[in-house]
Design a protein around this ligand. Structure first.
Ligand SMILES: NC(=O)c1ccc[n+]([C@@H]2O[C@H](COP(=O)([O-])OP(=O)(O)OC[C@H]3O[C@@H](n4cnc5c(N)ncnc54)[C@H](OP(=O)(O)O)[C@@H]3O)[C@@H](O)[C@H]2O)c1
Length: 305
């Protein structure tokens, strides 16, 4: 496992994080094994949200931490708030109460990193600032960031929020790479050139913000494993060839492909399968060649003009 610095110059975090969106049905022993094995493999960063499993995912994780108290200090806990039924909510009241509920479910005294999950169309940066100040002052949250935010939305928040926003969690994978393809097709009248994020990748690099690719192994919007059903035969063939060449698995190649970007991204892997997270931890050491990175990009159907 490689380590990078993201939200703080004092803290090294595993370059691959584990996402806890799919752990709601873990038994106690499965949860204990997931937590302790991940740490043994070098993962030290766990991503949550108040809504995962309707709160159950934080509860299950919190249970494992209560049973294995010494592990709390070895890990970074990140959680998110703002998504509510039928709305997104950046009100001070909601942000503060969501964090308090997450703390209870996780059974910890503070959240290391809090992300605003999805941009609230009714956002008032001043209100977010008040919420962050209170959470920081009360010692409930150490660092803050965002998720699914465009460059300009981050700039808007920065007009009032005084804490640094060093993380932006965004969907990005081999089969969801418009954030990359738009950069190779600037000003061209084609699908790949459509920029949907305000040139977020460049903005984040320029501003030292770490992008956390979410669902790095999924195609579509969390609609299944990216190679499932063999829909894209050329991509499947290329990824399998690369897996053999680099002595890893196809999911290992998906992560190595993201880590080859010079941006120092931190993919958030949602696998609950111990063998897979073991293979991915090993794959994080791979340095893919430029030629192979582009072979996969082209096999996924993206074009170079
Ligand atoms: N910010 C946001 O808006 C947002 C949105 C969605 C997710 N997230 C975060 O991102 C994390 C990861 O998302 P995700 O769980 O969708 O990501 P993922 O890592 O892309 O996908 C994981 C899923 O793919 C399956 N899978 C992986 N490799 C496979 C293979 N070789 N064959 C068949 N199935 C395979 C896994 O099954 P196994 O468990 O069997 O391995 C699991 O169900 C979440 O946990 C969450 O923390 C954030």
């Amino acid at each position: 496992m490689k380590y990078i610095k993201t939200f703080s110059a004092d803290t090294e975090v595993s370059q691959v994080a584990l996402g806890c969106m799919r752990i709601a049905d873990f038994t106690d022993s499965e949860a204990d094994r997931y937590l302790s094995t991940s740490i043994d493999l070098g993962y030290n960063y766990f991503d949550h949200a108040d809504i995962y499993g309707g709160g159950k995912c934080e509860e299950v994780f919190g249970g494992a931490l209560r049973r294995n108290k010494s592990l709390r200090d070895k890990i970074i806990i990140q959680t998110k708030c703002s998504i509510r039924k039928g709305m997104y909510d950046f009100s001070k009241e909601h942000i503060v109460s969501s964090v308090e509920n997450s703390l209870k479910r996780l059974g910890v005294e503070k959240i290391d990193v809090l992300l605003l999950h999805r941009p609230d169309l009714l956002m008032e940066p001043e209100e977010v600032a008040e919420a962050f100040d209170k959470l920081e002052k009360d010692g409930k949250v150490d660092f803050f960031g965002v998720s699914n935010h465009s460059a300009m939305q981050i700039e808007l928040l920065k007009t009032a929020v005084k804490q640094e926003l060093k993380i932006n969690q965004m969907q990005l994978s081999i089969t969801n790479a418009t954030m990359l393809s738009s950069g190779a097709n600037v000003n061209l009248d084609n699908r790949d050139g459509i920029n949907k994020d305000g040139y977020l990748r460049d903005y984040c690099r320029l501003n030292g913000i770490t992008i956390q690719p979410w669902s790095p192994l999924q195609r579509g919007f969390i609609s299944g494993y990216f190679l499932e059903n063999g829909e894209n035969a050329e991509l499947g063939k290329t990824v399998n060839e690369m897996a053999e060449k680099y002595n890893t698995t196809d999911s290992g190649i998906a992560i190595a492909w993201l880590l080859r970007l010079p941006d120092k991204m931190q993919p958030v892997v949602g696998s609950t399968n111990i063998q897979r997270i073991t293979d991915i931890a090993k794959a994080s050491e791979i340095t893919m060649s430029r030629e192979d990175w582009y072979k996969i990009y082209l096999a996924a159907g993206y074009k170079l003009p």
